[in-house]
Design a binder for this molecule. Structure first.
Ligand code: SDX
Length: 467
């Protein structure tokens, strides 16, 4: 808690070592009063600001942080990121070691339960996931209702939300068995829903899960199996996909995870909370960036067009998709790992001229101070699309592929939210900038255009005070 104290107007000097405490002393120059705010884990509690008032009936201070650029919304033990040095660890294990030695389903277990599983635990986890890959047959009818060219992320978004209607008991979010089953069902069924969306776009019959295959092999089978009795996945491609699944599994409080936590804080069922995550991931600034990178590389078309393209970025005519990150102000460690796998996959599937453009584009951007000054480096989305393309996955399926593994991260974060006694329903405050106390005006007395020539113009936001 903060404590209010009267200090002399001249404030204090720098505290000596023995005086140094984990507190922040702030002086409100409007009143001359000083307050001592506790510093815990590098943060001050927002609510400690509320007692800084100019009068008894003053609401008190709030912090203003649009897009939460400097606000910790929770305590979490799942993923650690050091953006300055490019470190990513899940439950303390470096992403590089997990990609080298683990599998996606094992990493999903690690994210959810916090420890690497024993063989018995992993066998049971894999058995449960494998035996929940089917979806209710009604889902097929549901998917049939979409246009043939519906974006697969829109279909996935709707299908995940619809799952909540098939498992009404998932509303009992405090029941550990229901929570476990919801985790298993979402991790297991996401590839099936994704593959159904893909097959619907192509007008192909749905392929049912094959329990003899691994998680990634089964997904390739549901995407590509045609007349063969059994789909024979290329182990190199299945492994590359599994590594991509590991790399996309969780990433602390990103936009979509924040959406899952915010919606989940209302105590809605986990399927509806994860559907909110799918919706957030759909955006081009987030999970939709991998699809946007491929379209950008195709638009650049050849390496000699790169200088003009980068000039356009600097003139803010467009963004260098796949570059930049809210947290990483260094090379995204995932991009480094993916780039290594691109070479291996293209060895199996044949060269892709877009890779030459991507490599040259990265080189020129990293030689250009416009990008290095802004600490813009390749992120997870810059190279991943090249692997998906090599796997013959169409660009509008890229974000769907991102959503599949991120489901284990969303589920782990949702569980942590529900076990955190400090959490309650998310309900931020605001700075009100609108009108006050206006009297109603009868329609005949209102001013405005007699003739409507298009959508009404939105009133411009009021300039910020001091802007
Ligand atoms: C993911 O959060 C996560 O962890 C996300 C993710 C995950 O695993 O969940 O890592 C996955 O979403 C990766 C990011 C994928 N998005 C893209 O690649 C889209 C392109 N990148 C950006 O739009 C942008 O970099 C963001 C959205 C990723 C981050 O934006 P920020 O932190 O809000 O940064 P900003 O927009 O304030 O940019 C700071 C400056 C600005 O320049 P100035 O106005 O200060 O002059 O950098 C510029 C921006 O204009 N800038 C870019 C740029 N990204 C930022 N300029 C050109 N191209 C870009 N890509």
């Amino acid at each position: 808690m903060a404590s209010e104290q009267q200090t002399s107007q001249d404030g204090g000097g720098v505290a000596t070592a023995e005086q140094a405490q984990d507190t922040l002393t702030v002086t409100d120059n409007r009143t001359g009063r000083s307050y001592e705010l506790e510093i815990t884990d590098g943060t001050v509690r927002g609510m400690d600001l509320r007692q800084i008032k100019v009068s008894e009936d003053d609401f008190g201070l709030m912090s203003y942080d649009p897009a939460f650029t400097n606000t910790a919304s929770c305590r979490s033990a799942i993923t650690y990121i050091d953006g300055e040095t490019g470190i990513l660890q899940h439950r303390g294990y470096p992403i590089e070691q997990l990609c080298e030695q683990s599998s996606y389903v094992e990493v999903a277990y690690l994210l959810v339960f916090g420890e690497l599983p024993t063989k018995a635990q992993l066998d049971r986890w894999v058995y449960d996931i494998t035996h929940h890959t089917y979806v209710h047959e009604n889902i097929k009818k549901f998917v049939e209702g979409f246009r043939y060219d519906a974006h697969p992320m829109g279909m996935l978004l709707a299908s995940v939300g619809a799952l909540s209607t098939f498992y009404p008991d998932a509303k009992q979010i405090d029941d550990p068995e229901e929570r476990y089953m919801a985790a298993i069902r979402m991790i297991a069924k996401m590839p099936t829903l994704a593959a159904f969306a893909y097959r619907h776009n192509l007008g192909l019959p749905y392929i049912y899960p094959d329990n003899d295959l691994s998680y990634s092999e089964n997904f390739l089978s549901m995407l590509y199996k045609m007349t063969a009795v059994k789909y024979e996945p290329d182990p190199r491609l299945a492994r590359a996909l599994d590594v991509l699944f590991i790399l996309h599994a969780d990433h602390e409080q990103n936009c979509s995870t924040n959406a899952v936590r915010s919606v989940g804080s209302s105590q809605v069922d986990p399927y509806s909370a994860v559907a909110a995550g799918v919706a957030a991931l759909y955006g081009p600034l987030h999970g939709g960036a991998n699809e946007a990178v491929l379209r950008m590389l195709r638009r650049i078309e050849k390496p000699e067009n790169i200088p003009d393209f980068l000039e356009g970025v600097k003139k803010r005519e467009e963004r260098l998709m796949g570059f930049g990150h809210r947290v990483y102000k260094n090379y995204d460690p995932r991009a480094r790992i993916i780039k290594k796998h691109v070479d291996e996959v293209l060895e199996a599937t044949g060269d892709n001229p877009l890779l030459d453009i991507a490599v040259e584009l990265e080189k020129r951007a990293l030689d250009d101070e416009y990008f290095t000054e802004r600490k813009l480096y390749p992120n997870v989305d810059f190279y991943s699309g090249l692997i998906y393309e090599a796997l013959r996955i169409p660009a509008d399926m890229f974000t769907v592929i991102f959503a599949i593994p991120r489901t284990s991260g969303w589920v782990a974060q949702w569980m942590e939210l529900n076990e955190d006694s400090e959490q309650k329903i998310a309900r931020p405050r605001q700075i009100y900038t609108g009108e006050r106390d206006r009297d109603y005006v009868a329609i005949g007395d209102r001013e405005g255009p007699e003739k409507i020539t298009g959508p009404p113009a939105r009133r411009p936001p009021r300039p910020r005070r001091g802007a």
